[in-house]
Write a protein that binds this ligand. Structure first.
Ligand code: PMP
Ligand code: GLU
Length: 397
């Protein structure tokens, strides 16, 4: 048989999904493993949202919808963006489809010609890197350090720009670091993007999950100039505990949205009509439950951070948002744990899963080889048990 596409074959499977699959397999075999892998809220979808989905089925809202989404859901997105971040969009500037991940793919497909460079600050969510490659683009990784709060400076951004640079992927708050840029830092970056004529893909999917009373600033809200060149990406998965409903959206310049819609009209059409009805309720209805979940994530963040820092050999990086916490492993690199020499977080995560019975995400594929990511979208009871296991695992190694 002839060879498969070289581009398709160069794509690596998602580490987050691979870890979760391995964790679920071990569970199915009856092994008492605890998972901190998948970034997925452990809460059920709020009741009023579920009811909207049920009503949609009962009312026979079970047919194709317009590709960019029903008018109801696009209006609900506009309402939410205006109320939450003060950014104003018309429904024609919004496209709702099957999850933020696919929306990111279509956004990049729309912006990038083969060989165009896309700037990606590291640590980054594993899928960005692969999606840039999938559309024929070239990821240009800008490394940041723990000392700088994992934030990319305007100078670093400038230094990474070449005549081929098309766009910046800006994920704030960040998966996997949990870090959040201040308004001033964002303004400095925005200035460079305007001067250098870059598109900005602003993934704000964790924007509602911020801690310590910090106010989130949406990138397009900074100025009309930056809004014009920003494609805002968001969804319902994280804030509304709706990962399985598969709803994400992009908002931005209507010409870009139109091209995205044309592209999607051949590869998905509209996403599930039922999920769109539920998402419309999520965005336009009662918002109280987000706050309940956010508060619980903050309590877990505090516990995880404080206890992890008392465990010799590792330290936690205090997250300011999301439901992720990075654990720094530098002290363990070069050491041997349970007969395995630890070169990077891949080695650590493997042996921690096999011997410690805890699944965490190695951040090698996230551009941060000496860190693993703990998701605290799991119960407090499991967090306590997971940390007990970490303590014993390192003590007995
Ligand atoms: N962006 C980031 C930063 C994420 O962590 C995720 C998690 N899957 C997504 C986008 C995609 O979310 P979804 O496809 O579930 O909307
Ligand atoms: N984004 C989540 C994570 O980072 C869910 C898994 C995925 O879509 O990659 O774990």
């Amino acid at each position: 048989m002839k060879e498969l596409s070289a581009l398709a074959q160069s794509v690596r499977a998602s580490t987050t999904i691979a870890i979760d699959t391995q964790f679920k397999k071990m569970r199915a075999e009856g092994i008492d493993v605890i998972g901190f892998g998948m970034g997925e809220p452990d809460f059920p979808t709020p009741e009023h949202i579920k009811q909207a989905g049920i009503r949609a089925i009962e009312n026979d809202q079970t047919k194709y919808t317009p590709t960019p989404g029903t008018m109801e859901v696009r209006k609900a997105v506009c309402k939410r963006m205006l109320e939450d971040w003060g950014v104003s969009y018309e429904p024609e500037e919004v496209i709702v489809n099957a999850g933020a991940k696919h929306i990111l793919y279509v956004t990049l497909k729309t912006l990038v010609n083969p060989g165009d460079e896309v700037i990606l600050p590291a640590p980054y969510w594993v899928s960005y890197y692969e999606i840039i490659k999938m559309v024929g683009g070239v990821p240009v990784v800008v490394d940041t350090t723990e000392a700088s709060g994992f934030k990319m400076s305007a100078q670093q951004l400038k230094d990474a720009i070449t005549p081929k640079t098309k766009a910046l992927i800006f994920n704030n708050p960040s998966n996997p670091t949990g870090m959040m840029y201040s308004r001033e830092q964002m303004e400095e970056l925005a200035k460079v993007c305007v001067e250098e004529d870059l598109y900005v893909i602003s993934d704000e999917i964790y924007g509602k999950l911020t801690f310590d009373g910090k106010q989130y600033v949406s990138f397009p809200s900074l100025s009309p100039e930056i809004k014009e060149r920003t494609i805002l990406v968001n969804g319902v998965s994280k804030s509304y505990a709706m990962t399985g409903w598969r709803i994400g959206f992009a908002a931005g310049n209507r010409d870009i949205i139109k091209v995205m819609s044309n592209y999607l009209s051949h590869c998905i059409s509209g996403t599930s009509a039922i999920s769109q009805a539920a998402a419309a309720e999520a965005f336009a209805g009662e918002q109280d439950e987000i706050e309940t979940m956010r508060k619980e994530f903050e309590v877990r963040r505090d516990y995880l951070y404080e206890r992890m820092n008392k465990i010799p050999g590792v330290h936690a990086v205090r997250s300011e948002a999301t439901f992720y916490m990075l654990m720094n492993l530098e002290e363990l690199v070069g050491k041997t744990l349970y007969g395995v020499e630890i070169h990077d977080s891949d080695d650590f995560a493997k042996v921690f899963l096999e011997k410690g019975l805890v699944a965490v995400v190695p951040c090698t594929g996230f551009g941060a080889p000496n860190y693993v990511r703990w998701s605290f979208a799991v119960s407090m009871e499991n967090i306590k048990e997971g940390l007990d296991r970490l303590e014993n695992f390192l003590k007995n190694a």
